[in-house]
Write a protein that binds this ligand. Structure first.
Ligand code: NDP
Length: 318
């Protein structure tokens, strides 16, 4: 009889003492490298590959998985993959995991499946829990600013999501500084402190530094998690010798060919040289730069293979 063996996480998964960093002035420690499910975890991606990446991550102390309602494609399917991973491998480790989701972009048809209304956020969090087969989220984000909805409505929904036990903490992603400051004060006054801000930060895009968002987070004790820290793969060896057919750029989605300008290629080759001189990989060097920015809690990487994730994890000193 073929008895299916249950996957067991590595006993050494917490051996790297340098892995965790306090998230702002909170009680939460996050891994310096977190794993994002935006791409490579949808219904069109091979499940067994996604599963190996998630297993490898958890085996190496990556306790934070980041999702959103519409990650896939199709929308919702990355959360369904997360649900399957819970069933297959991760449920025994639920309390060792820090799982986030978000709502803010288009998710379902009609006027209530997008932006920042209370209706959208409250229903979206329920859907996310169902797809991921979880009874709570660790972190729930407003995914983007909705300039048409009163900020108080969006923020009050975040407060209520925490009060109802559907998420333990709240975060804000992609809001400009002025609205972030308003949100921070609003949440603090209601004793649901803003745990973390999620923004794009990498060597090619330093907006959170330039706009003062990172400084604001640092001063107020809000954690900062950097998404696309490798500029979707540009800041690795991936495109130095052309566009490989299995790359994100070749798939013609979120990373368009016009991003590969001669200036960007020069900058990446420079980075590659600097990395080599230090005995590091290009991705490692790029991630170290992000982690070195004062106030950054974690780099939120994507990976289409275990080898990539292994390479990315080198940025955390052992
Ligand atoms: P990255 O900048 O880390 O890009 C990931 C891609 O880079 C991989 O899919 C892979 O591309 C390539 N790559 C990664 N490591 C290596 C390596 N060592 N060598 C060569 N290539 C490598 O991050 P993402 O843009 O994927 O974003 C990460 C996460 O951030 C998302 O999953 C999501 O959770 C979050 N996010 C949040 C947003 C928001 O609005 N809040 C917006 C965007 C992302 P390839 O597929 O070609 O192999």
């Amino acid at each position: 009889m073929n008895i299916r063996q249950r996957w067991i996480a590595s006993e050494g998964r917490y051996d790297n003492n340098a892995m965790y960093q306090r998230c702002g002035r909170s009680g939460v420690l996050l891994p310096k490298v977190s794993l994002g499910f935006w791409q490579n975890f949808g219904a069109n991606d091979p499940y067994e590959r996604s599963r190996l990446i998630a297993q490898y991550a958890f085996d190496h102390g990556v306790t934070h998985f980041d999702l959103a309602n519409n990650y896939g494609p199709p929308y919702g399917s990355a959360e369904e993959t997360m649900g399957r991973l819970m069933d297959d491998d991760l449920r025994p480790y639920r309390d060792e995991l820090f799982i986030s989701s978000k709502a803010g972009y288009d998710m379902w048809p009609g006027p209530y499946g997008n932006w920042g209304s209370r209706k959208y956020l409250m229903r979206s969090v329920e859907q996310s829990l169902r797809r991921m087969k979880l009874d709570y989220l660790d972190l729930f984000y407003s995914h983007r600013l909705d300039a048409e909805t009163p900020l108080e409505e969006t923020l009050e929904a975040l407060v209520d999501i925490v009060r109802q036990g559907k998420a333990l903490y709240v975060g804000i992603s992609n809001w400009p500084l002025e609205q972030l400051a308003f949100g921070y004060a609003y949440l603090r006054a209601r004793d649901v402190p803003l745990l973390i801000y999620q923004g794009r930060l990498n060597l090619l895009d330093r907006k959170p530094v330039e706009t003062g968002i990172l400084k604001f987070c640092r001063e107020k004790g809000i954690g900062f998690i950097a998404f696309s820290p490798l500029a979707q793969g540009l800041l690795t060896d991936r495109y130095v010798d052309g566009i490989s057919p299995d790359s994100r750029m070749a798939r013609a989605g979120s990373l368009t060919k016009d991003r590969l300008t001669p200036e960007v290629l020069d900058a990446v080759r420079d980075l590659q040289r600097q990395a080599k001189a230090k005995g590091r990989s290009t991705a490692e060097e790029a991630l170290r730069w992000v982690l070195d920015q004062e106030g950054v809690t974690s780099v939120l990487v994507g990976a289409s293979s275990v080898a990539q994730l292994a390479d990315d994890l080198k940025c955390v000193e052992v």
